[in-house]
Design a protein around this ligand. Structure first.
Ligand code: TXA
Ligand code: MG
Length: 315
């Protein structure tokens, strides 16, 4: 099987032609590195689960963190999340800019569930950088973009940093010079008119000038949040057959009631993971079983998520 490290990584200065090329790659479901005012991001079509899976594959991340969704306008942001008066006032004061808002996701948003790691919230940001703005308009898609570094490496503030860490794993890096802000966006979660700081960043609490509430809203800090989204049903790992009253999620040769990937593609399996977990939960069978998934590449992140789902639920 060919791996992503076979790719030839082009580095091109930001201009109309390279933005066009980047938008075309994104339209084909591939991730490209692009500068924002904070750090370089690794951007892909947030409505295409396979494209989002390729971000994780390129970063070699051992787990699925929900991703920030970048949009060009407040109107576009409002297609994906519920904005209350507090969220709207922060958006109007700080966008475009290095502020990310975590808000309740709208049910009719077309974002891939993998982009939000299956969560009921979505992180949104309108970046200020002209290259990212141009790419958002040329691609005409919401772009999921984590920092463009391999997992465990520091965030990239120059195209050279991206190349050192992702060479051979992505097709294109747009070089817009060093980023101006240099640290990742401030993240604020808002619900029910209350705000909470999830990540300190370039916009300080004093700049925000709103009451920040450590107790609420009920959105966990990023590092802890996934364990709270275990399915309500019990889940058995490494299953090769469905037990009595089990809904079996297959992979490869294990067919199951539905399959993560009949042909054994880890990119396809990652793309389908959260949708199938939701389907298994909504189904009339009492519990869930999942076929073994190889523990390499993206399989590590898939197995990390499955182990969390199988762990006893925290209440
Ligand atoms: O400045 C930035 O924010 C850069 C540029 C590229 O925009 N992006 C960035 O993304 O730092 P990343 O993936 O490295 O960090 C995203 C953070 C993670 O800590 C993640 O857990 C949190 O945002 N996050 C994303 N979606 C979330 C959600 N639905 N609920 C809670 N936290 C979320
Ligand atoms: Mg990061």
């Amino acid at each position: 099987m060919a791996t992503k490290s076979d790719l030839d990584t082009e580095v091109r200065p930001v201009d109309a032609a390279s933005i066009d090329a980047a938008a075309r790659l994104i339209g084909q479901g591939l991730p490209v590195a692009v500068p924002t005012e904070t750090v370089y991001g690794l951007a892909a079509d947030a409505t295409n689960a396979t494209a989002v899976a390729r971000i994780y594959e390129a970063k070699q991340r051992p787990s699925f963190n929900p991703l920030i969704i970048h949009v060009p306008t407040l109107a576009e942001a409002e297609r994906h999340a519920e904005f209350d008066a507090l969220a709207r006032s922060l958006a109007e004061r700080f966008w475009p800019g290095p502020l990310t808002l975590v808000l309740p996701r709208r049910a009719d948003s077309p974002l891939a569930s993998l982009a939000t790691a299956g969560l009921p919230n979505v992180a949104l940001r309108i970046p200020a950088h002209s290259a990212m703005q141009a790419l958002l308009r040329a691609a005409a898609l919401p772009l999921a973009a984590p920092s463009a570094n391999a997992s465990g490496r520091i965030s990239p503030t120059r195209a050279g940093h991206v190349l050192a860490s992702l060479r051979g794993r992505i097709p294109l890096i747009l070089d817009g010079g060093p980023t101006t802000v240099g640290i990742e966006s401030t993240i604020v979660a808002i619900s029910g008119g209350r705000a909470r700081l999830l990540r300190a960043g370039p916009i300080s609490p004093e700049d925000l000038a709103i009451p920040l509430d450590d107790a609420g809203p009920d959105i966990e800090a990023p590092g802890q949040l996934l364990s709270h989204y275990a399915p309500l049903k019990s889940l058995r790992l490494d299953a090769t057959e469905a037990g009595k009253d089990e809904w079996l999620i297959g992979y490869g040769d294990v067919q199951g009631h539905a399959s993560l990937s009949p042909r054994g593609s880890l990119v396809e399996a990652a793309a389908r993971l959260f949708d199938l977990l939701h389907e298994a939960e909504a189904n009339s069978r009492a519990s869930i079983a999942v076929a073994p998934v190889p523990d390499r590449g993206l399989g590590k992140a898939i197995n990390d998520r499955l182990r969390r789902a199988a762990a006893p639920r925290k209440s």
